[in-house]
Design a protein around this ligand. Structure first.
Ligand code: CA
Ligand code: CA
Length: 507
């Protein structure tokens, strides 16, 4: 019961240190009448931080834009416009930096560990343009058709992935050696310094007879330096193929799970695949968040959301997901899911945020920490980004560290508040155990002292590393629509936190 005696110690908590990459998510918003596009920024708890109009009116489908984050928190955006051959950059305060002008129309992007960016392009509409390599100052290092020469099936766009060790892959469609007009998905490994092809992997389909058509739907990187290819193989569904260097090391059927909207699945710090539920087109029907095992593709988690998923991004240490969802033009949400507890908190988007869709690619910077710069320490807390995402601690918050405490907040079926504290040092360890806990209610302060009389259970795990409490029969009105934030600090000053909206969980 040591932790219980520590209630009311919230003054011990200090302000979170700021990292170069802000803990926020970028959301595209588009006016359906004027087509004016803007970017809205939201924090981890779904507070609106600000909006910035795009400098150009554009006419693309906003959800398809896959941007990439750099080490300063600037988001590099291929405009995917047939009007403007520009790459747009948005800094962490929402400012639009000077546009970068290419000779072709950029479609999708990926960031590399050395600070370079790769962009696929087109020469308007259905003709593939060169693959571009841009330096961190926006200058063009090289632009070449060479990486794409094997993709002779005439389809755009190509898919891009860069592994944590900087291996560059581009995927597309080829007619294969038979030139028999049957498209095969293919992935080329490319020399990132000059665009030459190092190897080619093709993925024949599984259809009956000579119908071996297959389509590459996505490529995306994993923290273990592999890259996934998600391949549709009509009529038998889809498969995930895991590529290491130039070899397919594993494949399994896609039991569920697709990209969200037109974006790739996301990968957490342990390599799990986080995606939307529907296994095939039309993927806009997917209303459930799914976690797949990278071992054999089995479904580890299946969490219903409030609408069809149009965008996904991991945030914080990767135990949290943000999703944009919609049931109609008007009925749209920005949702936050705790993957450990399954608790969903949603913000219903107002009419002032038309067409809201989470930015594709790296909308939060999590991919930067988990894939692009695993060796870096973006928040200066002494733990490398990759070490933090592997442990589920926040690479952009110096108070959140792999050896620090965690807390998980949920409500039971009868609406008792359940708090679970986890500390790898041991909950009661004098050197690293918990020293303070609180339960902040937005606008009201620490609720923990007030609910102490309602404590109905308290359990310390046998190994002393987990402590669970429940507060039942609380006089809390239903549908309060308040954000609750539970925090725990340990003897080293490390802080773990979780938050949720009071049931039923929609703001
Ligand atoms: Ca760190
Ligand atoms: Ca950290």
């Amino acid at each position: 019961m040591k932790a219980i005696r520590l209630m009311g110690a919230s003054l011990l908590f200090h302000q979170q240190a700021s990292a170069q990459i802000a803990d926020q998510a970028l959301v595209w918003v588009k006016d359906p009448v004027t087509l004016q596009q803007r970017v809205a920024r939201y924090d981890r708890q779904l507070h609106w931080l600000g909006s910035t109009d795009f400098p150009l009116s554009t006419s693309y489908t906003s959800g398809s834009i896959r941007g990439s984050m750099d080490g300063s928190g600037t988001f590099w955006v291929p405009l995917d416009s047939i009007q403007y051959p520009h790459v747009m950059r948005i800094d962490r305060a929402g400012n639009i930096l000077p546009l970068i002008t290419l000779s072709h129309y950029s479609m999708t992007s990926v960031a590399a560990p050395n600070g370079d960016f790769f962009f696929t392009t087109r020469i308007p509409v259905n003709t593939t343009g060169p693959l571009y390599c841009l330096a961190s100052d926006g200058s063009v290092k090289w632009a070449s058709m060479n990486p794409l020469t094997t993709f002779n099936a005439g389809l755009v766009p190509q898919r891009l992935a860069v592994s944590p060790l900087g291996k560059l892959y581009v995927g597309g469609a080829t007619q294969g050696a038979c030139s028999c007009f049957i498209d095969h998905a293919a992935v080329n490994r490319i020399d990132p310094t000059n665009g030459s092809i190092l190897s080619t992997i093709t993925f024949p389909g599984l259809g009956p007879g000579s119908n071996k058509v297959s389509y590459l739907l996505e490529t995306f990187a994993s923290p273990d330096d592999t890259v996934w290819a998600w391949v549709q193989t009509p009529p038998s569904g889809a498969f995930y193929f895991q590529i290491r260097n130039s070899i397919v090391v594993k494949s399994f059927p896609s039991l569920a799970g697709a990209g969200a909207g037109t974006d790739a699945p996301k990968v957490d710090g342990k390599g799990n695949l986080i995606c939307s539920s529907f296994p095939n087109f039309p993927i806009t029907q997917a209303k459930d968040l799914v976690q797949l095992s990278p071992i054999d593709g089995h479904i580890e988690k299946w969490i219903p959301l409030h609408g069809a998923i149009s965008g996904l991004a991991l945030i914080g240490g990767g135990e949290e997901v943000l999703a944009s969802t919609a049931n109609s033009i008007e009925d749209r949400y920005l949702e936050r899911i705790n993957l450990v507890t399954g608790v969903v908190s949603a913000l219903r988007m107002g009419p002032d945020q038309p067409g809201s869709v989470l930015a594709g690619g790296d909308a939060t910077g999590f991919i930067y920490a988990n894939i692009v710069n695993r060796a870096g320490d973006s928040d200066g807390d002494g733990a490398a980004n990759g070490q933090e995402t592997a442990a589920g601690s926040n690479p952009f918050d110096a108070t959140s560290v792999p050896w620090g405490p965690k807390v998980y907040l949920s409500w039971t079926a009868n609406q008792a508040i359940a708090l679970r504290y986890v500390d790898p040092d041991g909950i009661a360890s004098p050197s690293g155990g918990l020293t303070a806990i609180d339960l902040q209610v937005e606008g009201y302060g620490d609720l923990l002292p007030a609910i102490l009389p309602f404590l109905t259970s308290a359990t310390l795990s046998a190994d002393g590393k987990e402590f669970s409490v429940e507060f039942g029969a609380l006089p809390i009105p239903s549908n309060l629509k308040l954000r609750f934030t539970a925090r725990a600090m340990d003897a080293t000053g490390a802080i773990g936190s979780d938050w949720a909206v009071t049931p039923p969980g929609v703001l």
